[in-house]
Design a binder for this molecule. Structure first.
Ligand code: SF4
Ligand code: SF4
Length: 619
C-alpha cells in the first residue's frame, strides 16, 4: 500500500514537471526555424570540451572549480538517485546487484556527496557574504542551493550514517526534495541543468558575431509595432533557447566594458528581460531601453565568456534593427554620420561618415615618394589597398595607409587604390541596425569589385576586414581579404618583407588586441610576430590581452556616438595598458588607435605614443 502511494506520488511529481517543461519547449518550438543540426561531430566535440569538460567555466578560477565539482558530482550521483527511487518504489536495490563494484561506487559517492556539499556551502557563502557584482542575488539561487544541499545531505546520511530504519526515511526525504526541486526548476535559473548541454551542442558554428540575414524586401520584417513582436518574428528557436538556458552566472557582465564602466547595459539582464517578456503575455512590449542597446560596443566579450555559448550579439543587433529601421530612433550624432555616408533613400552622399569630399579621399597619398595606381585610371595591380573611411579622412589615421603603402612598395607588392571611388564598407551601419542601407552599400561595393576584377584586398581596419571576410559572402562577394598584419606576416615568412631597419632599442611596447581582429577573427599571433621581428625580442604581454582583451569603446558604431553615461571606456583601457609602463602602445585597428589616442590627449600624456603596427615597422 505504501509503495503504491509512493509510486503515485512520484508519477504525479514527474508528470507536473513534464507539463511545465513542455510549456517552455512549446515557446522554443514555435520560433523561427534554423538549421543547427549540421556538423554533428564538431558539435559533439564542443559538447565534450565545453559541456562535460566545463572548459569556459574554469576561466573563473575558484567558482569554476566549485561549479565543476557540482556538475560532475551530479553525474556521478545520478545512479544513487535512481537507486533510491528503486528502493522506495520497488523495494529493490540496483547498486547491490553490482556486488563489490556497487560497494566501491557507493564509497566514491560518499566522498562525492561531501565535495558537492562543500561546493554548495561555497556558493551560499559567495551569495551571502562576498556578493560579486555580476551575480543576481535573489532568492531563486539560494532556494536551489538549499535543494541541492538537501539532496546531497540525504544521500550522504542514507549511505553512510543511517540505520536500516532511518535509511528509508532518508530515502523518502531525498525523493521528496528531488520532486520538489524538479518542479521548481522550470521556473528558476536552474533550468540550465537541462538546457545548458543542448545549448552548447547547438552553439553557432558560423563566424564569431554572425548576424542572421535580414530580408529587407519582406514586409513582415518591417511591420512589427514593438520590440516584442519584432523579436518573435525574427528570433530563431536557438535564440529563444538561449534565453531559457541562461544561468544568470553574470560572467558576461563581468567582462562587459559598458557594464564595467557603469553604463546602463548588462548583457545578462538583456537575456533575462527577453526571456521574461517574450515568454509571457504582458503590457510592456518594448523590452530593452534605447540606452541599453546603444551602449553596446559589439566587442563580443560577453558572448566569448558565456560558459554555455549564449549569443548576445545577434539579439542586440536584432533589437537595434528595430530601433533603426522601424522606430527611427538613432542617437542624433549617429544620424548625422549616417547621412554623410548615404541618404535614407539609399543615395550615396560622401560615402564616409566624416563628410570627406570625393576629391579629398586621396590627399593622404600626397606625401608618398611614389605615385599609387588608381583603379579608375585603368592601371593594373595585383591587390587592392582598402584605405577605409578613417584612413582617408582623419589626419592621425592617414599615417597608417602611408606607412603601409611604403612597406608594400619597398617589398615589391603590386598594389593600387580605389581612391575617390572608395565608399564605406558599411560595417558600423550594420551594427547600428540599419540593414537596409548596409545592404545597398554592400551591393554597391561588390559591384565595384566585380567591375574592376578585384580578387584580393588588404585592409588595416579589422572592422572592414571582418565585414569583407565574414559578411559580404552572403551577398555574393568573391575575393580574398587580408588584414595588413596577416599580409605582412606572410611576407615576412617568405622573407619578402622589407622594412627600414630592425630596432634593438625599442623594448617598451605593449600590444592592444582589437576585438574585431582577435576575438572575431582569431588573429593574435601575426601582430606579435611582426613586432617581435622588428624589435628582435619578445613583446611584453599584459594581463588583459588576447581573448581577455578589453574593448577601446569604439566598436558597434560607438565611435559615432557621444559617451555620456558612466566612465569612458577608452580611459579604462588606457589605464590598463599604462600599467605595463610602455613607451609605445601598439595596435592594429584605426578605431582603437583613435579611441586610445583621444584618451592619451585628454590626460596630456606625451611620453607614450599610440602606433599602428605598420608605423612601428617603418620607424
Ligand atoms: S548569458 Fe551566459 S554568461 Fe551571461 S549570465 Fe547567462 S549564462 Fe551566464
Ligand atoms: S558585446 Fe561587449 S559591450 Fe556589448 S553587451 Fe557584450 S560585452 Fe557588453
Amino acid at each position: 500500500m505504501n509503495i503504491n502511494f509512493a509510486l503515485i506520488f512520484f508519477a504525479i511529481g514527474v508528470a507536473f514537471f513534464f507539463y511545465n517543461a513542455a510549456k517552455k519547449i512549446a515557446i522554443i518550438w514555435k520560433a523561427k526555424p534554423e538549421n543547427r543540426f549540421d556538423k554533428i561531430s564538431t558539435r559533439l566535440k564542443s559538447l565534450l570540451i565545453f559541456g562535460f569538460g566545463q572548459k569556459r567555466v574554469f576561466r573563473n578560477k575558484i567558482a569554476g572549480v566549485m561549479h565543476a565539482a557540482l556538475f560532475w558530482g551530479f553525474f556521478l550521483l545520478f545512479l544513487v538517485n535512481v537507486n533510491f527511487a528503486s528502493e522506495i518504489l520497488f523495494n529493490y536495490s540496483l547498486i547491490h546487484l553490482l556486488g563489490k563494484a556497487g560497494n566501491a561506487y557507493l564509497a566514491i559517492c560518499q566522498i562525492t556527496s561531501a565535495i558537492v556539499i562543500l561546493s554548495v556551502f561555497y556558493f551560499i557563502y559567495r551569495r551571502i557574504v562576498t556578493k560579486p557584482k555580476e551575480l543576481t542575488l535573489d532568492w531563486d539561487g539560494l532556494i536551489c542551493l538549499f535543494f541541492i544541499l538537501g539532496l546531497k545531505a540525504s544521500d550522504l546520511y542514507a549511505n553512510t550514517f543511517a540505520t536500516n530504519q532511518n535509511k528509508i526515511y532518508a530515502e523518502y526525504g531525498h525523493l521528496l526534495i528531488l520532486l520538489s526541486f524538479l518542479n521548481y526548476m522550470p521556473f528558476s535559473k536552474y533550468l540550465h541543468i537541462f538546457l545548458a548541454l543542448p545549448n552548447i551542442f547547438f552553439k553557432s558554428l558560423k563566424s564569431f558575431g554572425y548576424l542572421p540575414y535580414f530580408d529587407v524586401e519582406n514586409e513582415k520584417n518591417l511591420t512589427a509595432e514593438n520590440q516584442k513582436d519584432f523579436c518573435l518574428t525574427r528570433f530563431s528557436w536557438k535564440q529563444m533557447l538561449d534565453t531559457f538556458a541562461c544561468m544568470r552566472c553574470g560572467r558576461c557582465d563581468a567582462v562587459c566594458p559598458a557594464n564595467i564602466s557603469d553604463k546602463s547595459l548588462s548583457p545578462k539582464t538583456i537575456i533575462q528581460k527577453l526571456n521574461k517578456n517574450l515568454a509571457r503575455k504582458n503590457e510592456n512590449k518594448n523590452i530593452i531601453s534605447s540606452n541599453e542597446l546603444w551602449n553596446c560596443t559589439t566587442c563580443g566579450a560577453c558572448q566569448q565568456n558565456c560558459p554555455i555559448f549564449i549569443e548576445h550579439l545577434p539579439k542586440i543587433i536584432e533589437l537595434r534593427r528595430f530601433q533603426s529601421m522601424i522606430a527611427g530612433n538613432l542617437p542624433p550624432e549617429t544620424q548625422l554620420a549616417l547621412e554623410n555616408v548615404i541618404s535614407a533613400e539609399g543615395q550615396i552622399k560622401f560615402g564616409n561618415p566624416y563628410g570627406t569630399q570625393k576629391e579629398q579621399k586621396e590627399d593622404w597619398t600626397k606625401t608618398l615618394p611614389f605615385s599609387l595606381p588608381k583603379i579608375y585610371e585603368n592601371q593594373k595591380f595585383d591587390i587592392l589597398l582598402w584605405v577605409g573611411c578613417g584612413g582617408a579622412s582623419d589626419s592621425r589615421l592617414q599615417k597608417i595607409p602611408q606607412n603601409l603603402a611604403k612597406i608594400m612598395h619597398n617589398s615589391g607588392v603590386k598594389f593600387g587604390i580605389l581612391g575617390k571611388e572608395e565608399i564605406c564598407c558599411g560595417e558600423w551601419i550594420r551594427k547600428i541596425g540599419n540593414e537596409y542601407l548596409f545592404q545597398i552599400i554592400t551591393r554597391e561595393n561588390i559591384e565595384i569589385f566585380k567591375r574592376y576584377g578585384i580578387k584580393e584586398i588588404i585592409t588595416f581596419c579589422p572592422h572592414c576586414y571582418n565585414t569583407f571576410k565574414n559578411e559580404y559572402q552572403e551577398f555574393g562577394s568573391d575575393f580574398k581579404v587580408w588584414h595588413h598584419t596577416e599580409f605582412l606576416a606572410n611576407l615576412m615568412k617568405r622573407k619578402k618583407l622589407h622594412i627600414k631597419s630592425k630596432d634593438f632599442s625599442m623594448k617598451n611596447i605593449v600590444y592592444h588586441d582589437p576585438c574585431y581582429l582577435g576575438r572575431y577573427n582569431n588573429i593574435y599571433e601575426e601582430p606579435r610576430r611582426l613586432i617581435d621581428w622588428k624589435i628582435c625580442a619578445n613583446i611584453k604581454e599584459m594581463g588583459k590581452s588576447r581573448e581577455d582583451s578589453f574593448c577601446c569603446g569604439g566598436g558597434g558604431g560607438r565611435a559615432f556616438m557621444e559617451e555620456t553615461e558612466g566612465q569612458k571606456i577608452n580611459d579604462i583601457r588606457l589605464e590598463q595598458l599604462l600599467k605595463s609602463d610602455p613607451d609605445i602602445i601598439a595596435t592594429a585597428c584605426p578605431f582603437c588607435f583613435m579611441m586610445l589616442d583621444d584618451s592619451l590627449k585628454k590626460k596630456n600624456i606625451e611620453d607614450v605614443k599610440i602606433m599602428d603596427i605598420a608605423e612601428i615597422l617603418n620607424l
